[in-house]
Design a protein around this ligand. Structure first.
Ligand code: ARG
Length: 270
């Protein structure tokens, strides 16, 4: 097996300084269960330090008080070829995050920034896979936003329908490993979407219920290293067999809000 090569990435992240769960917009969120901001910060710091150690560049956006889900930077935008498609959130609790992120891009020299017309939750549902974008719908991002993304970002968009409320964003059920490889949890998709994935990615890694439930698919790959929740031991094994270097991290505090590695990480593609 030829060794895989990592490509240095540029990421945007947001420290969970105001992290809490005080509303519920997905089945993982239970405001009755206490959260610990200190634990969330310590776990997030580990992920941030790991990215730097692997040679990636990480920008930080200031967390805004009252926006506890802002730590999930992946939802803030979709960035391809220097073009920034802003997010438009489904639920009022997160609406203000859209402008918070587009303001950051405009203030940091990104000139092609679009305020979205249709509901899209950034890389939560729009995953760049080489020359195409895999796009989720069913719970958050609207199908009309897929057409908007295709027009603005200039890449073919493949629509995939999510059917299990626990996997409400595409990045909770599917991860891009390289330009041509993915891993996913088939049961999270409707039969037509499963057929599309089988046709496009006949050699994909498929994750079972155990690995999916610990958010093993909410992973970030740089082409060689795959950062994923440490509890996803089955997936780590499958990744190793394919020549990837899986690195497990503990983000269990953030999982109380329904997020993990990929949710915390927005890739900036120049
Ligand atoms: N509590 C957030 C929500 O339900 C979690 C977002 C997780 N982000 C992600 N990219 N899947 O919107």
């Amino acid at each position: 097996m030829s060794p895989r090569t990592a490509r240095p990435r540029h990421y945007l992240m947001c420290r969970p300084a105001h992290f809490t769960v005080d509303y519920s917009i997905n089945p993982w969120m239970d405001p009755a269960k206490p959260t610990d901001t200190g634990t969330a910060l310590a776990q997030w710091d580990q992920l941030h330090a790991l990215f730097l150690r692997l040679g990636h560049t990480v920008e930080l956006i200031d967390p805004v008080p009252g926006l506890p889900d802002m730590v999930f930077a992946a939802n803030g935008a979709t960035v391809v070829d220097g073009k920034v498609l802003g997010a438009r959130f489904r639920y009022p609790e997160r609406t203000a995050e859209g402008p918070a992120y587009t303001d950051w891009f405009r203030a940091h020299g990104w000139t092609q920034v679009r305020d979205a017309e249709h509901v899209n939750e950034g890389e939560g549902d729009l995953l760049v896979a080489g020359e195409r974008i895999l796009a989720g719908t069913g719970f958050r991002t609207e199908a009309a936003a897929h057409a908007e993304a295709e027009r603005f970002l200039g890449r073919e968009v493949v629509t995939l329908r999510l059917v299990d409320p626990r996997y409400y964003h595409l990045d909770t059920a599917l991860a891009v490993l390289s330009d041509t490889e993915i891993m996913y949890h088939p049961a999270a998709f409707d039969p037509a979407s499963r057929a599309v994935l089988e046709r496009l990615y006949p050699d994909a890694i498929t994750a079972g219920a155990q690995d999916a439930q610990v958010f093993g698919l909410n992973a970030v790959s740089d082409g060689a290293n795959v950062i994923l929740p440490e509890a996803a031991v089955g997936l780590a094994e499958q990744l190793r067999a394919r020549g990837f270097n899986p690195i497990g991290v503990d983000l269990t505090e953030l999982l109380r809000a329904g997020g993990a590695v990929k949710c915390c990480t927005l890739e900036l593609r120049h």
